[in-house]
Design a protein around this ligand. Structure first.
Ligand SMILES: [Zn+2]
Length: 112
C-alpha cells in the first residue's frame, strides 16, 4: 500500500538532490530502538526508510541544533539535504531529524 507514496517521495527527493541518496533500507521486523517491550518500529510495517545511514548516524542530543545550522553541519557534514526532507514530508513522512533526545536523521516514517 505504501509503494506509490514511497516511490513519489524518492522521485521528489532525487529531483531536489540528484545523486544524494545512495543507500536506503526499509523493512526490518523489530521493535523501536531494538528494545524488548518497546512497540513495533515503523520499519516492521515497511512504512519507514533510512537514507544513507553511514552519513546520518543517530545520536542522543537533549537540545539538538537547528537542522542545517552551522552546528548541525559539523555533526552531519554529509547529512540529509533540506530538499530531501521536504520531499518526504510533502507526501506524509515524518523526519527523525526533527526529534529531540534521540535525533535520527536517516529516518523517515509515514504518518499520512
Ligand atoms: Zn529508521
Amino acid at each position: 500500500l505504501i509503494e506509490p507514496t514511497m516511490r513519489e517521495a524518492f522521485r521528489r527527493a532525487n529531483a531536489a538532490a540528484p545523486g544524494y541518496i545512495t543507500r536506503a533500507a526499509s523493512y526490518v521486523h523489530r521493535r523501536v530502538r531494538h528494545e524488548a517491550g518497546a512497540p513495533l518500529s515503523y520499519h516492521a510495517w515497511g512504512i519507514a526508510v533510512d537514507i544513507n545511514s553511514a552519513d546520518n548516524g543517530g545520536r542522543y542530543i537533549a537540545r539538538p541544533p537547528a537542522p542545517w545550522s552551522e552546528e548541525w553541519m559539523r555533526l552531519w557534514p554529509r547529512g540529509v539535504p533540506e530538499g530531501v526532507v521536504e520531499a518526504f514530508e510533502s507526501v506524509g513522512f515524518r523526519w527523525g531529524g526533527r526529534w529531540k533526545g534521540y535525533v535520527d536523521n536517516m529516518h523517515f516514517e509515514w504518518v499520512g
